[in-house]
Write a protein that binds this ligand. Structure first.
Ligand code: PLP
Length: 360
């Protein structure tokens, strides 16, 4: 297979091995003569797949027993409503740390159900840094504290855990889950749309402390009810079965690669190389403060923005795909999820140097 290196932010590249397995099994899954898309989600084979997927994720992230793990349709954004619906309980307020587009979208959705309090806003730093903890306005009456550790669009990552927070911490890890080990017990809930680092689009994974799932607001649609989802192990209704199957393959692949600590070493190395190439050149620029730079999403601009289209076109012709920045911020963005091999980053850096040599 001669495929380009795919730097898309999401839906993002999948490992070649995973795609090949899916291709081989497409017509006939487990020798059944039918595909995984064509079997009942209540069949023993499929239920085993879901169980195994949950177990694999538990093993990869060392998830404690008292956390529920399940998959829900609706992607990352579905959780923007599911979180307040399930976690508010009798409280009427929640804390939101705003560090970019996704945390703001989550806050906006929460307005339907409560009064979200803005703890701090990274607009104050032009999205170059997370505002210092000393400036945060935490609310004692908040039901939870929501933040987005990795802002996929701005390339802003909060590498620390907000330990000063007393309310349960809820983290949208759509673009950085599985990029490194983490201590799940520090969180009330972690959720992630799977299309960045775990599979194709359409599903979210939810990891939530068991004491937080039993008090949904009465208006909660049953399909967004964490308690029911947990009880039914992701099979409350017909889930996107093919997506679940793909996630299952990706998790096996991550395990085969050495798990999340191996992923962390690689992700860190890949991103450091690229940041260094950007920083050492007067031709490219990333303005996020080094301490807050994302390991997985690296936006950058050309000092001469007129060259951007040419850069993107020539990059694509060289087998470097999906580098266009998000429409809200423009520029270039390289996403370095687990499936991106180090050779892809080397190829990108080589291209950047050549482009600068020719047009700089
Ligand atoms: C992509 C993304 C989302 C949105 O995911 P959808 O599945 O499209 O709803 C939410 N949060 C973060 C951090 C993201 O990167």
């Amino acid at each position: 297979m001669n495929r380009p290196f795919n730097f898309s932010a999401g839906p993002a590249m999948l490992p070649d091995e995973v795609l090949k397995t899916a291709q081989e099994e497409l017509i006939s899954w487990q020798g059944k003569g039918v595909s995984v898309m064509e079997v009942s989600h209540r069949s023993e084979a499929f239920m085993t797949l879901v169980q195994q997927t949950e177990q694999d994720l538990r093993a990869l992230l060392n998830i404690p027993e008292h956390y529920k793990v399940f998959f829900m349709a609706g992607g990352g954004s579905g959780q923007f409503a599911a979180v307040p619906l399930n976690l508010l309980g009798v409280k009427k307020q929640a804390d939101y740390l705003i560090t970019g587009t996704w945390s703001e979208k989550a806050r906006k959705q929460a307005e339907l159900y409560c009064t979200p309090n803005i703890v701090a806003h990274a607009e104050d730093t032009q999205f170059k840094a997370v505002p210092p903890v000393a400036t945060w306005k935490l609310n004692r009456n908040a039901a939870y504290f929501h933040f987005t550790p990795n802002e996929t669009i701005h390339g802003l990552e909060y590498h620390e855990l907000p330990v000063t927070v007393e309310t349960p911490i809820v983290a949208d890890m759509t673009s950085n889950l599985l990029s490194r080990p983490l201590e799940v017990s520090h969180y009330g809930e972690i959720y992630a749309g799977v299309q960045k680092n775990m599979g194709p689009a359409g599903l979210a994974v939810v990891i939530v402390r068991e004491d937080l799932v039993n008090n949904p607001l009465p208006i909660t649609p049953f399909i967004l009810n964490y308690g029911l989802q947990a009880k039914e192990h992701s099979l409350l209704n017909t889930p996107p079965t093919f997506i679940l199957y793909m996630v299952a393959l990706v998790l096996k692949w991550v395990i085969g690669q050495g798990g999340v600590s191996a992923m962390a070493l690689r992700t860190r190395r890949k991103s450091e190389k690229l940041y260094q190439a950007i920083d050492l050149s007067p031709f490219y620029r990333n303005s996020v403060e080094p301490a807050y730079r994302s390991w997985t999403n690296i936006p950058f601009t050309l000092v001469n923005p007129k060259l951007e289209t040419l850069f993107l076109n020539e990059a694509e012709a060289e087998g470097l795909f999906g580098l266009k920045g998000h429409r809200l911020v423009g520029g270039i963005r390289a996403s370095l999820y687990n499936a991106m091999p180090e050779s892809g980053v080397d190829a990108l850096i080589h291209f950047m140097r050549e482009f600068e040599r020719k047009r700089g």
